[in-house]
Design a protein around this ligand. Sequence first.
Ligand code: KPL
Length: 294
Amino acid sequence: MDIVVVGAGSLGSLVGGLLAREHDVTLVGREPHVGSVSENGLSVVGTEEFRVRPGAQTTIPQRADLALVTVKAYDTAAVATDLADCTLDACLSLQNGMGNEERLAAELDCPVLAGTCSYGARLREPGTVAFTGRGEIVLGDRNGGRSAVADEVGAAFRAAGIETTVAVDMPTRLWEKLAVNTGINAVTALARVANGALADSPADAIAADAARETAAVAREQGIDLSDERAVSLVERVVGDTAANHSSMYQDISDGRQTEIAAINGYVADTATRSVPVNETLAGLVRTWERHRER
Ligand code: KPL
């Protein structure tokens, strides 16, 4: 399969690297990373170690069988506009936050699948990505139900040795992932700790409360997500990605804009009830963003 990965940051480089063991992959990202990959290949280190030679460039190619979108949620609208000029058979969003698939589908002619990924990844230096925790990849029709395109993409992921679940309940899965991200990302970013530090810590109650609030908002939207399931998913991902620094931790460490608006901010904005933990976390991270040095 001819796959373009739009967003060769930490997660995009890791998943693109795993896929490149079997498929023709082009990573689209920024310099100096893509220059280093196109010259010397991509090294994956950590949980699995190997080197691959995907294509790597700063612009989106004209056509691909699959566009795998891994950009930050705040860049989705711009990427959707760029991808609209590209001939694609399918598009898969593997991003944090809600609403990405709708933004892509509004611009693209091909089927847009939803996906979730809880792998831990970190760009160590240009050309090298650390695989810091094997989580789960789930993908499927963004509105739920069976999809032949999702089956085909799932088979392509599995052919590359990536354990992948093709799900018929993606709307629920996206809320479950949101519960995980509302529990882990801002808390680890503000406490300056790896995901594993949340286990049995003074902050684990904050993470659990944020996830419970997210589950309550999901139920308001007609999604069947219990408080217990939301909290147990947070605990599972904390264990699976214990050594990983969350993407929001990495964003704050690198002085970058975060995805707070699409995570805790989304829950706070969507809720018709009071969600004080998500509001507090969103307020703290937004305050940091406002005063960060650019
Ligand atoms: O999605 C993640 C993120 O960091 O954004 C988790 C699953 C929490 C892994 O760190």
